[in-house]
Structures are given as structure tokens and as C-alpha cells.
Design a protein around this ligand. Structure first.
Ligand SMILES: [Zn+2]
Length: 169
């Protein structure tokens, strides 16, 4: 059996920054493999492209550029906001959650919730970075295909995997 659309695939992977010598970002080992429904647009397109056609026990090693992963860093996504926006609702200055390094969700003009990281705080402004935390990072994956099976009709209907490594409902 090969990895094609509508298969449920289990892989181990070691995700590093940039290349095989980069810092580790994440590991999915055989005890906690990454299990997913292939060909349903839930993964980075380049990730699926590199796994397509592999069979059980095949190994893989490939890179995905930042632009094809979580995007390049957009300087316009770093914004200065007036400190009054972060007033503690109970009074007494700035909300205690607003600290350098904290992740906060803010609503934009169209009502969308955006998550950003506080990178600086002064008396008048709070500087927040709304870039994806992985923006600007080239990804390098190595791993092994552990299992491939045909997705069940209910998995295809739901668009996700059921059972081990997937949804339980
Ligand atoms: Zn389901």
C-alpha cells in the first residue's frame, strides 16, 4: 500500500530548523506517531507532496522553505498599540497578563481574533508581533512511515482520523 489520497498515515518525524543540523522544533516518535488523513488539505502542501507514494518503512528527508511553510516575517505585523488598550478592567494600570513574551489574543477591525506576542512595553505603547511564531523558519523533516491504511467512510465524512492518534467520539 502506498500513501495516496484517502489513506490514514502514521509517521515518526524529527522536525528541525533549516537543515539536518538545525535546532529541533518537534519530535513525533514511534510511541507518539503523527497520524493523519492524507490528501484533505490539513497539512502543509509541501509536506504531503514529499510523502506521496511512499510505503511502510520508507524513510523521508526534505526541507520546506519558510515561504511555503508558515510564511516569511512581515515587518508590518509588528505593531505599536496604545497602552490604554491594555488597561486592567479592575483599575490600577496595565492588565497583569501584558508582559514581555506573553501571547495575547486581540480582535482586529473585522472582529477576527489574532494572536500576537508582546515584545516591548513602555509607558505609552505596547509593541506586539502578530507574525506566526514559525514565520521565517525553513523546516527540515526526517522520519519513517510506520503505517498506511485506507480511511473508513466515517473518517472521510468527518475529514479526520478516528481511533489511535485521532479523534475519539
Ligand atoms: Zn470524527
Amino acid at each position: 500500500m502506498f500513501i495516496v489520497k484517502d489513506t490514514v498515515v502514521a509517521v515518526t518525524y524529527h522536525l528541525r530548523e533549516r537543515d539536518a543540523n538545525g535546532d529541533t522544533i518537534e519530535i513525533a516518535d514511534a510511541g507518539h506517531p503523527f497520524v493523519f488523513l492524507f490528501g484533505h488539505g490539513q497539512l502543509l502542501p509541501d509536506f504531503e507532496k514529499n510523502l506521496k507514494g511512499l510505503k511502510i518503512d520508507d524513510t523521508f528527508s526534505f526541507s520546506i522553505s519558510a515561504a511555503n511553510a508558515y510564511g516569511v516575517v512581515d515587518p508590518e505585523a509588528v505593531v505599536e498599540l496604545p497602552v490604554d488598550m491594555f488597561a486592567d478592567p479592575d483599575g490600577g494600570g496595565i492588565d497583569s497578563h501584558v508582559q514581555i513574551g506573553a501571547a495575547l489574543q486581540l480582535q482586529n477591525e473585522s472582529g477576527e481574533l489574532l494572536e500576537g506576542i508582546v515584545i516591548d512595553i513602555s509607558d505609552e505603547i505596547v509593541v506586539m508581533d502578530f507574525n506566526h511564531p514559525m514565520a521565517g523558519i525553513d523546516l527540515h523533516f526526517t522520519g519513517t512511515v510506520l503505517d498506511i491504511r485506507t480511511a473508513t467512510p466515517s473518517e472521510l465524512a468527518h475529514g479526520h482520523v478516528h481511533g489511535p492518534g485521532g479523534h475519539h467520539h
